[in-house]
Design a protein around this ligand. Structure first.
Ligand code: B12
Ligand code: SF4
Length: 498
């Protein structure tokens, strides 16, 4: 029995080590043959997929799917496989199918969804199908039974160190691993690494919560360091992007990791929480900085303490802390990358707009506290699980997810996924205009340090042009900045990372 894994196109610019596929492939590597097609490298993946399927050796098509652009290949390719190779079982995994199982399974061309971690479920499912045994008792699975959606129980997060090592060398046999180690702001050959699962918090808007239920487990520092040294020695990696939802949950693990990696001269980046890292000792922050930590991504979300409560951010994050923490990190030479979410629902249209304007002013305050802070702006796009409280609340306010899987690939829903235009009824077009114009002026006046293609001259010129608007707060219709961004292909890290 063989599996064809597919990683649909997620980024036009820089393919990253496909961790989702690599990890799920590791789970069956000993017992099943597998091949891999990466839509991020093969710009036209279908002919290659078709050739594999025509060989008659493929029984399963396993596709990883995040919301947004990945759907643009995942949907038509799965549909074509169902039409042309009806015997091939189609299995989707990843955040999109786990959070939107109904619309995926009812499409008629996805047979199974692996719900959350697939490391145990996937091999058990293949064994069951293979041996024609029942699969209804396998945890972490979603499928249709008598036309109705059926969820099996969820496993707790697996002990990460007990999972098999990732088959990097096998991946290298499909695509040279070097193509995945791209040049970024961090270094010439940047390794993507995923060192923990879940997150202990329950932010009401976050897609991680329904999958991991406020649980978190991390790979041990020693295993991370061993893997990184392997990738450094064998493939010349020089920098690391940690793709964990929350890399910094355990200060102890961070200290162990930083102490061991310090001598390796790797530059690294990860995602964390302000209130968590604010509790770290100064010595830990200094150690992180000395060990190569250059920038950390934080969901700052909002400067409004009431909204922070409403988002159920948990922990102790406040407006004041967001400001003082940005200033604190400056002392350690670590750049805070703050993301803000604008456009939360409010009592009236005026409240929604007032909150947006207040947020814009707050972002300016953050820039004053630490001008090096990188700002990422998202428009609130709710991602509640079907059936949850938040889902009920926004549905009552008139919000609807698409009812057909194909509708997810329309431009409007792609923008929704990219958190650029949320289709939420409480946000009016003039509000989106305001947010986008401010964002353009802000990006003009403070060009992101992570765009390594813009020259110093280009950045300076854009800054000069944007300065008048930034200082006078006249943000409307910033066409001149947009034009320069377009000509010089300015890249926003919120869409594709950096
Ligand atoms: C790397 C990454 C990217 C990369 C591309 C990745 C790629 N495939 O090439 C980039 C930077 C381009 C990217 C972009 C986006 N991303 Co992204 N991304 C991630 C990130 C950080 C890591 C993914 C990963 O490698 N995980 C490690 C693996 C091991 O975990 P896993 O994917 O969960 O895999 C396990 C299971 O899910 C399952 N599984 C997964 N796939 C499959 C497939 C099969 C066949 C089976 C059986 C099982 C299975 O088994 C695996 C092992 O247990 C995740 C967050 C995260 N920590 O996972 C966000 C994340 C998936 N992205 C997210 C989003 C929203 C986006 C964007 C749409 C928007 C944005 N602004 O970020 C864009 C646009 C995407 C696009 N262009 O299509 C969200 C999804 C949220 C949601 N609503 O569902 C996440 C969860 C981040 C977050 N916390 O908000 N992303
Ligand atoms: S801290 Fe981040 S990953 Fe954790 S629940 Fe909140 S938004 Fe999600």
């Amino acid at each position: 029995m063989s599996i064809l894994f597919f990683n649909p196109l997620a980024t036009q610019h820089k393919p990253r080590i496909p961790m989702s596929i690599l990890q799920i492939a590791a789970s069956i590597d000993k017992n099943y043959k597998w091949v891999f097609v990466d839509g991020n490298i093969d710009k036209e993946p279908w002919p290659k997929i078709e050739r594999y399927l025509q060989s008659g050796e493929i029984d399963y098509f396993g596709c990883t799917v995040m919301p947004g652009p990945q759907l643009k290949q995942a949907i038509p390719i799965s549909k074509k496989i169902r039409e042309q190779f009806p015997n091939v079982k189609i299995i989707w995994g990843g955040y999109f199918p786990s959070n939107h199982p109904d619309v995926v399974l009812k499409s008629g061309y996805v047979d199974f969804i692996v719900n959350g971690m697939g490391d145990k479920c996937f091999p058990l499912l293949l064994d069951a199908i293979d041996k024609k045994e029942p699969y209804h008792t396998i945890n972490n699975l979603i499928f249709l039974k008598d036309g109705k959606i059926h969820f099996t129980a969820k496993d707790p997060i697996y002990e990460p160190d007990s999972l098999p090592v990732l088959p990097y060398e096998k991946l290298d046999s499909f695509y040279p691993l070097s193509v995945y180690l791209g040049k970024t702001y961090l270094g010439n050959k940047t390794i993507a690494y995923h060192s923990s699962f879940g997150c202990p918090f329950t932010c009401s808007f976050c897609a991680v919560v329904p999958i991991y239920n406020a649980r978190w487990k991390g790979v041990s520092a020693s295993r991370i360091v061993n893997d990184i040294i392997f990738l450094k020695n064998k493939y010349n990696g020089t920098a690391i992007e940690f793709h964990d939802n929350n890399f910094f949950v355990s200060e102890k693990r961070v200290i162990e990791f930083a102490s061991s990696i310090k001598g390796e001269k790797m530059i690294w980046w990860g995602e964390g929480r302000i209130d968590t890292i604010n509790k770290y000792q100064d010595e830990t922050l200094q150690l992180m900085s000395d060990a190569g930590c250059k920038m950390i991504f934080f969901g700052a979300e909002t400067g409004n303490n009431d909204l922070l409560k409403m988002m159920d951010k948990g922990g102790t994050q406040t407006r004041e802390q967001i400001l003082s923490f940005a200033a604190r990190l400056r002392k350690f030479n670590i750049i805070p990358e703050y993301s803000f979410v604008l456009g939360f629902p409010g009592e009236t249209e005026q409240t929604v707009y007032k909150n947006i304007l207040a947020e814009i002013d707050f972002i300016r305050e953050v820039k004053k506290a630490n001008p090096l802070t990188e700002i990422i702006i998202y428009v609130y796009s709710p991602v509640p699980t079907e059936g949850s409280e938040l889902y009920k609340e926004i549905t009552e306010k008139g919000f609807r997810f698409p009812e057909k899987l194909e509708d997810w690939v329309s431009l409007e829903w792609e923008n929704f996924d990219l958190r650029k235009n949320p289709l939420t009824p409480w946000i009016k077009p003039y509000m989106i205009d305001k947010i986008k114009s401010f964002e353009t002026v802000l990006n003009g006046y403070f060009p992101t340090a992570t765009d390594i293609r813009l020259s110093r001259f280009q950045k300076r010129l854009i800054k000069l042009i944007a300065a008048i608007r930034y200082h006078t707060k006249i943000y409307a219709c910033p066409y001149e900045i947009k034009l320069l961004h377009k000509i010089w292909k300015y890249r926003q890290p919120e869409k594709e990372g950096f």
